[in-house]
Design a protein around this ligand. Structure first.
Ligand SMILES: [Cu+2]
Length: 240
C-alpha cells in the first residue's frame, strides 16, 4: 500500500511538473530548427530590494536582499524567470552535461540562484564559505535531501533522477533560497538580468511557451516556430 502511495505521489509530481509531459518526449535529429528569443518583463514599477544584514556568521555572510524578485530598473526585465516549451513532444536530444552542474554556497548565497539541468544529472554542491551549511530540498518526484555540509566538506554530490522544480534552502541561514529546475527535455532557459532568454534549434511548429517565476507564478502564450527563422516573443508578468 505504501509503495502504491509512493508511486502515485511520484506520478502526480511528474504530471504537475510545470504542466509538461516530460516522459513522452522523443529525441530526434533536428536539422531545420528555428530559434525563439524572448524578453520577460515586469508589468509595473520595479520593486525595491532593500538589503538585510545577516543575523549570524557575519564574518562570512553578505547582506541579502529582502526579495528574490529581481527587476531591471532600466529595462523592467525580470531575472531568473524560466522559459520553456510546455507541450513539446519531440526535438533535439537532451545532452548530458560534460561536467556536473555546480551549485555553490558563497557569502551565504546560492550560486546560481536558479540552476537548470537534465534529469539524471549529479549536482556538485560546493561549500566555498568554509562554514556549516545545510542542504535541504523540497521535492516531490525526487527523494528530499536534508544534509549538513560542515566546513571541511567541500563537495556534496547528489544525483537527481526526475524532472521537477525543487526549492533548495539552508536551515542554518534561513534566507538562503534557490531553485533547481530538473528538465525532461532541453528547451529550457533562465532569463538574464534584462529578462532575455533564447531557445535554439526548435523543430518548426506551434507550441505553448511557459514562463515560470518563483514569486510571480506561471504564464503561457502561443508561439509559432518556422524553419530556420527567429521568432521574437514578449512576455509580461504581473505582480500577484
Ligand atoms: Cu547556510
Amino acid at each position: 500500500m505504501t509503495k502504491l502511495f509512493t508511486f502515485l505521489f511520484t506520478l502526480i509530481g511528474l504530471i504537475s511538473f510545470l504542466g509538461t509531459s516530460a516522459w513522452a518526449y522523443e529525441a530526434i535529429e533536428v536539422t531545420n530548427g528555428g530559434t525563439i528569443t524572448g524578453t520577460v518583463k515586469f508589468a509595473g514599477e520595479p520593486p525595491e530590494r532593500p538589503m538585510i544584514e545577516p543575523s549570524k556568521d557575519k564574518e562570512v555572510c553578505k547582506p541579502h536582499p529582502a526579495s528574490n524578485l529581481i527587476v531591471s530598473k532600466e529595462t523592467k526585465g525580470i531575472q531568473y524567470a524560466v522559459a520553456y516549451l510546455a507541450d513539446i513532444q519531440k526535438g533535439k536530444p537532451q545532452e548530458k552535461p560534460a561536467e556536473n552542474p555546480k551549485f555553490d554556497q558563497k557569502g551565504c548565497e546560492y550560486l546560481p540562484h536558479v540552476l537548470i539541468f537534465p534529469a539524471g544529472s549529479t549536482v556538485d554542491i560546493l561549500n566555498s564559505d568554509g562554514i556549516l551549511h545545510n542542504v535541504h530540498t523540497f521535492s516531490q518526484a525526487n527523494p528530499p535531501i536534508n544534509k549538513a555540509q560542515p566546513k571541511f566538506k567541500k563537495v556534496l554530490q547528489e544525483k537527481v533522477e526526475y524532472p521537477e522544480v525543487i526549492n533548495v534552502k539552508c536551515d542554518v541561514h534561513t534566507w538562503m533560497n534557490a531553485y533547481w529546475v530538473v528538465t525532461g527535455h532541453p528547451y529550457y532557459a533562465a532569463t538574464d538580468e534584462n529578462g532575455n532568454f533564447k531557445l535554439e534549434n526548435v523543430p518548426p511548429g506551434n507550441y505553448k511557451l511557459g514562463v515560470w517565476h518563483e514569486t510571480l507564478g506561471t504564464v503561457t502564450q502561443d508561439v509559432v516556430v518556422k524553419e530556420k527563422e527567429e521568432t521574437k516573443v514578449n512576455v509580461e508578468m504581473a505582480p500577484k
